[in-house]
Design a protein around this ligand. Structure first.
Ligand SMILES: NC(=O)c1ccc[n+]([C@@H]2O[C@H](COP(=O)([O-])OP(=O)(O)OC[C@H]3O[C@@H](n4cnc5c(N)ncnc54)[C@H](OP(=O)(O)O)[C@@H]3O)[C@@H](O)[C@H]2O)c1
Length: 305
């Protein structure tokens, strides 16, 4: 399959590209990080310009576009709302238009953050989103544009962790780096989520493409936990000192501006039924994350730049 992968330098895109480079014909699209050592080719372009998007799709004519490009940092989105709305909200619609016209399969990545977290229990695909931050509003606008324009597109609301080229992109890397250095950290006891190890994420995503799924699905771990408990699990799996992690609540901190939902727990029933298998538990995902670390994967990513 010829796959055009936007956001190919990001946490999700880079791991997707590395996992499938030997099996699929992948072209990555990046903006400020043009790696030279990846096993797939890279195109540098600014996707917040519509003419660049048109040119990119017309020139490459892939079978599938996987859209992982975004401004995914909540605080950055609060500071640059125009840029966030352009890339997260407008650009997916331009992409959907092009893909729909040329019969190219589009997979668009959205987020668990589209909900306000007030629901008791898991969110499923029929629950009404109520975004709280600029990031969440812009991401909801993006997924709505895609779904309106391209009925064949697959939209996945996700949450994941894993290794990035900078070593600073995911919550798991934050806990791991600090605990390894013996530095004390804090973890929220009142924010619940269901993160999936990114390599599991990209494999489920690929299976969803092969099964030709379309429409909206929630894809994350079947098991939820607090961010504090996630830190404790990492300490345990990596045999690090869990006492370095102190419990805090969202109201205890003043260093975050973007409003955040405390319940980010998604129901994975729809995708599990479509793919015929459950998504991994936290123990399964973290075991694989640990195995890849032992295998030198995190270090390898940092040599790609
Ligand atoms: N991380 C999570 O847990 C999480 C949770 C829920 C949803 N998501 C969603 O998952 C997707 C991937 O997130 P991620 O964590 O992998 O993001 P990331 O690590 O921040 O990567 C963002 C990517 O977008 C690219 N990009 C930014 N501005 C661009 C522009 N103007 N033109 C072209 N490309 C541009 C970046 O390219 P350069 O680096 O080359 O500039 C980078 O490759 C996003 O849709 C995000 O909303 C993530």
């Amino acid at each position: 399959m010829r796959i055009l992968l936007t956001g190919a330098s990001g946490l999700l895109g880079l791991n997707f590209g590395l996992r499938f480079a030997s099996e699929q014909q992948i072209t990555g699209v990046v903006y400020s990080h043009a790696f030279t050592q990846t096993p797939f080719s890279m195109i540098v372009t600014d996707l917040s310009q519509e003419r660049n998007v048109d040119k990119l799709i017309e020139n490459s004519k892939p079978d599938v576009v996987i859209n992982c490009a975004a401004i995914a940092n909540l605080e950055e989105c609060e500071k640059k709302p125009q840029e966030a709305h352009m890339l997260n909200g407008e650009f997916p619609g331009w992409l959907a238009e092009k893909c729909d016209n040329l019969s190219i399969k589009l997979v668009h990545i959205s987020t668990d953050a589209v909900f306000d977290g007030k629901k008791k229990g898991k969110y499923n695909e029929t629950d009404i989103p109520k975004p709280m931050s600029v990031y969440a509003q812009s991401k909801l606008a993006g997924e709505q544009a895609v779904r309106q324009i391209d009925q064949d597109a697959l939209v996945l609301r996700v949450n994941f962790y894993g290794f990035s080229f900078s070593g600073r992109r995911s919550l798991a890397e934050f806990f791991l780096r600090n605990l390894e250095n013996g530095a004390p950290v804090k973890g929220f006891t009142d924010v619940f989520f269901c993160p999936l190890y990114v390599i599991d994420m990209v494999e489920y995503l690929m299976q969803a493409v092969e099964k030709q799924l379309r429409g909206l699905y929630h894809l994350c771990s079947v098991e939820s936990l607090s961010k504090y408990d996630f830190g404790l699990h990492i300490a345990r799996v990596f045999n690090l000192d869990a006492n370095l992690i102190s419990p805090i609540t969202v109201s205890d901190v003043d260093f975050i501006q973007a409003p955040r939902s405390k319940n980010l727990v998604l129901d994975t029933g729809k995708i599990e039924q479509a793919l015929g298998r459950a998504t991994p538990s936290q123990a399964e995902g973290l075991a694989r994350f640990h195995h890849d670390f032992q295998d030198g994967y995190a270090m390898r990513l940092q040599t790609l730049v």
